[in-house]
Design a protein around this ligand. Structure first.
Ligand SMILES: [Zn+2]
Length: 130
């Protein structure tokens, strides 16, 4: 398919062209709630964890174009996803700095997306305040 790489604890095969095409025509995560706005501001200011920014930079995905954002604990712990065109190959040993996992289908809101796909799911505390 394309780029074979390890993300978090998973070896994946990514169609980089198709993934980038989708993100080019997609707008930022558009939930207007205060929790999501705080995440988007942090993402635009590149205030997300280093590992997240590294993964997204390699795939050329703007951090504010997350395909799912949810504040889990009412404080700072976010779960957030990016959908990727490609396939999960296998679990490998865990990268100790990785703050994410790859899932075949995280319960994201439904939208048109090329197949096959998987979701990169990150869990992080984000302390940024606008
Ligand atoms: Zn929201």
């Amino acid at each position: 398919m394309g780029l074979k790489t390890i993300i978090g604890d998973t070896l994946v095969d990514i169609d980089l062209d198709a993934t980038q095409k989708w993100y080019e025509k997609t707008l930022e995560w558009d939930c207007a709630c205060a929790d999501c706005r705080r995440f988007i501001e942090a993402a635009k200011g590149k205030k997300l964890p280093e590992y997240t920014l590294k993964v997204l930079q390699e795939l050329d995905i703007p951090p504010e174009k997350a395909t799912y954002v949810c504040l889990l604990d009412g404080k700072d712990l976010y779960e957030y996803c990016y959908r990727i065109v490609g396939k999960v190959i296998e679990k490998v040993s865990v990268d100790p700095v990785a703050n994410c996992r790859c899932e075949l289908e995280h319960p994201c809101p439904s939208f048109e997306f090329p197949t096959p796909y998987f979701d990169i799911v990150f869990y992080d505390e984000i302390f940024y305040r606008p």
